[in-house]
Design a protein around this ligand. Structure first.
Ligand SMILES: [Zn+2]
Length: 663
């Protein structure tokens, strides 16, 4: 009943330091795995490590440890990163697993017995770094065409797989199956490659040169070429990593995700291996692009390798997951920069989704006693119908279409989800629940508006669950819902109006705190200076005053009542509130002080949304000299608890007339 969905990432080279490229492929695979599980598919998501080869052997020798111990030491850096990035893989394969090695040897023996592997003397240009031979025509000026390192001429006896036999069959398969290699531009590249005669593939390395590998079952003087070993993982894993052998269940794979640099290896080596083994070919091989960093190629020597752990530490896992899949179409190259990530965080995440959740929960708390009110259908208008239609279309049509393994338009999916976020925010702006709340005659309409805003968020919970699992869970909790994302929630049609009435909402942490981009480092620096200054002052201060007043333990200066009375504090009522453009922190308030109306600019925009403040009774310093903040005049100051971070606004519970004195 449930269709198998088998998705793989490449197995990463254990010797690599995990970077943004590894994170990118694996996050994409995780989103698909989560989405298809929600759809009710029987998903198997595989990732893992490639642990054989010359570079591992060299690094182990250098560290003076056994290659296996070297691999064991490096494995956690990947496993831990996948935990941090909330990966939901079902299997983690290591090519040093004994069960994997057994399957590789079985495959080799089968091909050998069928006469598809033969031994021959081979002379060619060898690149030690890439561990591969190049033909005369590939080589330019004695350098490897791939890594541009010097290569050497090498002659040795090796075993070869008759790959050339399968050239025509492979070409025909690619031509007859447009979904086999995606995107289409990459498919054309592979077809172009197959225009040249396909050579046989060397699948062995003499142990004299490389001993860290899987021994050939028919000649113990050789180990298996790393690619033959590595590619086999996609099938060997199915024989032992799920709880029971499941090769029949999951093979052929639904989609292999690969970087564009290893497309040929998959589309040509792996496909012809499978043909020779009489196994089915994967449904789709999807090649994605590469990431540059601030417009430059990422490399160790440039020192610009992006460490996903550090990004997540600073910005959170979901902002990172969102950025990578939103910023560029999956098949194309993209550029990573902190500025771009911060921009996405602030505009799409904080001002978009975060704001929609925060204001909806606040409005329900303010105007519906914190419980999702019953909608009154007779009060619905075209705004409601637009929202309703957009939400249903998103889950029922748009997501399945773009996330089809042949398309993998993650960026288009997120654009569509964020179109609903925007529509939701516009809906609240247009319907203005805070205005409706002023007139009891609008009570039914108010209920409908609040219900529909919350219902939109339920759809957004389901739509974002695969992309941003932590965020979806947070929204689920704040809305008081009990969605269990490990269930196949999208297996049935999701219909508008199924949000339960009467559920209690719970205001929680803001989903995505805004990040001050340009001032971040500067601020840090300034904070340190201030701390230094305060330390100096308080030292001198305490020495001087200690004998004066034993009770004054803190060293704070004491003032007389007359000094306090100089400050005129008044009760104010917030009439209007809006954000000061280009500022994350500043809100512009219009405050009723009884006899007059004041414009006050307050640095409380990280803590509060403007609409939360309308109607609030607050405390204002009324005799402060006017000042300009970001070009906007402020005629007073509001009182709030907290230091640099605002913790809460001082408000008054009793019904107090604006302009009343506070003392
Ligand atoms: Zn090379």
């Amino acid at each position: 009943m449930t269709h198998p969905f088998y998705i793989t990432t490449p197995i990463y080279y254990v010797n690599d330091v995990p970077h943004i490229g590894h994170a990118y492929t694996t996050i994409a695979a995780d989103v698909l795995a989560r989405f298809y599980r929600l759809r009710g598919n029987d998903v198997f998501f595989l990732t893992g490590l490639d642990e054989h080869g010359q570079k591992v052997q060299q690094a182990a020798t250098k560290a003076n440890i056994a290659p296996q111990a070297h691999c064991d030491q490096l494995t956690p850096q990947f496993k831990n990163l996948w935990k941090t990035l909330m990966m939901s893989h079902d299997g983690f394969i290591r090519t040093t697993d004994s069960q994997h090695q057994t399957v590789v040897q079985q495959f080799l023996q089968t091909l050998y017995d069928k006469g598809l592997i033969y031994q021959a003397e081979y002379t060619g240009w060898y690149c030690t770094f890439d561990e591969r031979f190049w033909t005369e025509k590939d080589v330019e000026g004695g350098l490897c065409p791939d890594c541009k390192r010097p290569i050497e001429q090498l002659s040795e006896s090796n075993y070869f797989f008759r790959m050339s036999h399968y050239q025509d069959r492979l070409k025909a398969h690619i031509q007859n199956h447009p979904e086999f290699i995606r995107p289409a531009s990459r498919r054309n590249e592979v077809l172009g490659f197959l225009e040249k005669p396909l050579e046989d593939l060397s699948i062995s390395r003499p142990k004299s040169r490389l001993s860290w590998g899987i021994e050939l079952p028919f000649d113990s003087a050789y180990v298996t070429y790393v690619w033959f070993d590595a590619l086999t993982n996609y099938i060997s894993a199915l024989d032992y990593l799920p709880s029971s052998p499941s090769r029949n269940r999951y093979w052929p794979a639904t989609v292999h995700l690969v970087g564009k640099d290893i497309l040929t290896t998959h589309a040509v080596y792996w496909s012809t291996m499978l043909m020779a083994l009489e196994l089915a070919l994967p449904h789709t091989i999807f090649a994605h692009g590469w990431w540059t960093v601030n417009g430059e190629k990422m490399s160790k020597s440039r020192g610009n390798v992006v460490n996903p752990n550090a990004v997540v530490d600073e910005f959170g896992v979901d902002a990172f997951r969102y950025f990578l899949l939103r910023e560029v179409p999956f098949g194309q190259d993209g550029d990573y920069s902190q500025e771009a990530l911060i921009g996405r965080n602030n505009s799409d995440l904080a001002n978009g989704l975060g704001n929609l959740l925060s204001r909806t929960v606040t409005l329900i708390q303010r105007f519906a006693s914190g419980q999702i009110p019953a909608p009154v259908r007779s009060t619905e208008d075209e705004h409601d119908r637009e929202l309703h239609a957009a939400a249903e279309a998103l889950l029922q049509t748009t997501l399945p279409y773009h996330l089809n393994p042949e398309r993998l338009e993650f960026n288009r999916t997120l654009e569509a989800i964020w179109a609903l976020v925007q529509l939701g925010n516009q809906y609240i702006d247009k319907t203005a629940p805070w205005v409706l709340a002023k007139d009891p005659a609008n009570q039914e309409r108010l209920q409908t508006v609040l219900y529909n805003a919350a219902e939109t968020l339920r759809f957004l919970c389901l739509a974002t669950a695969a992309f941003m699992p932590a965020t979806a869970q947070n929204m689920n909790e704040q809305l008081g819902l009990s969605l269990n994302f490990s269930h196949s929630l999208l297996a049935q049609k999701i219909t508008w109006g199924e949000l339960p009435v009467g559920t209690t909402v719970r205001k929680g942490q803001s989903l995505f705190p805004r990040i001050e981009a340009t001032t971040r480092n500067k601020e840090k620096h300034i904070v340190e200076q201030k701390v230094e200054a305060v330390k100096r002052e308080s030292k001198e201060g305490t020495k001087e005053e200690a004998h004066k007043d034993q009770a004054n333990q803190t060293g704070e200066e004491q003032i007389a009542i007359e000094d306090f009375m100089k400050v005129k504090l008044k009760v104010g009522k917030v009439l209007e509130a809006e954000r000061v453009p280009k500022s994350n922190k500043l809100l512009k308030l219009q405050v009723d002080l009884g006899s007059e109306r004041r414009q006050i600019v307050a640095g409380i925009g990280k803590k509060y949304e403007p609409e939360e403040l309308i109607g609030q009774t607050i405390v204002v310093v009324a005799n402060l000299k006017p000042a300009k903040l970001m070009g906007v005049e402020s005629q007073g100051m509001v009182l709030a608890a907290g230091g640099k971070e605002v913790l809460g606004l001082l408000t008054i519970n009793e019904d107090t007339a604006p302009g009343s004195q506070v003392k």
